[in-house]
Design a protein around this ligand. Structure first.
Ligand code: ADP
Ligand code: MG
Length: 242
């Protein structure tokens, strides 16, 4: 069976700058991959390419066995690949439930009762069912980010991409968001996670990818990576967190 996500010699340039330089990557169904690396090394660009927010210029990108290029039906693909960013991006003039239902109703054309039932089940799962009818401005940053995760999950994606989803949060709210992601990992969902939370990375990952300068400089299981990084670049990176 093909991997869920398969990149081969995948490359991306912005002007003269080669931001992704020949990425080879296979992500299997149910795998949790954490991407680490210094600022500017291409982590966000890699996730954005997986979601069609950026297009690569070389190599190939396959999702569920299908080649995804400029002519792909990205609207359809994005329903299958959920993404949550650093900023919560909830619509301020819609309630929590309205935010969550937008995709299921408008994009997926699902029956209202069924979509509401799923939204409520997901809200309960992240401990926010009582915020169903609240406005985004009434929620803390950590609550808004958990709603953003629920909104993505309510599309029933096959994989979730998380790009530094706790980076903008006050420290006391980081844990409640990371626990939701840990729960998704334990439920067997395929996850690609960019984070600077090293203890979380170690706990959640099946595999660590360490990127530097647009390449995957090193990859390993979390225990091996954190206790015995092989490259000098990874060693230097980890020293900043010790
Ligand atoms: P990371 O997420 O690892 O910090 P990014 O993927 O955001 O890194 O960026 C990688 C490099 O690509 C950086 O040098 C950044 O300045 C550049 N870059 C990212 N997006 C764009 C863009 N839209 N146009 C031009 N350069 C970009
Ligand atoms: Mg980034």
């Amino acid at each position: 069976m093909s991997a869920l996500i398969e990149l081969s010699s995948f490359s991306k340039r912005f002007g003269d700058s080669q931001v992704l330089d020949g990425i080879d990557l296979r992500v299997e169904r149910g795998e949790v991959v954490v991407i680490l690396g210094p600022s500017g090394c291409g982590k966000s660009t890699l996730l954005r390419c997986l979601n069609g927010l950026e297009l690569g210029q070389g190599g190939s990108l396959r999702f569920a066995g299908r080649e995804l290029g400029a002519d792909a039906d990205w609207r359809e693909v994005r329903q299958r690949i959920g993404m949550v960013f650093q900023s919560y991006q909830l619509f301020p003039h819609k309630t929590v439930l309205q935010n969550i239902l937008l995709g299921p109703l408008k994009v997926q054309k699902r029956p209202l009762a069924e979509a509401v039932a799923q939204a409520e089940a997901l809200l309960a799962r992240v401990g926010l069912l009582d915020k169903r009818d609240a406005w985004p401005r009434e929620l803390s940053g950590g609550q808004q980010q958990r709603i953003a995760i629920v909104r993505a999950l309510c599309m029933n994606p096959e994989v979730m991409l998380f790009d530094e989803v706790t980076a903008a949060l006050d420290p006391e709210m980081v844990k409640e968001v990371l626990e939701v992601i840990l729960g998704l990992a334990e439920s067997g969902m395929t996850l690609l996670i960019v984070t600077h939370e090293m203890a979380f990375a170690r706990a959640v990952a099946d595999r660590i990818l360490f990127m530097d300068g647009g390449v995957i400089a090193e990859q390993n299981d979390p225990e091996s990576f954190f206790s015995n990084p092989r490259t000098a670049r990874a060693q230097q990176f980890l020293e900043k967190f010790s």
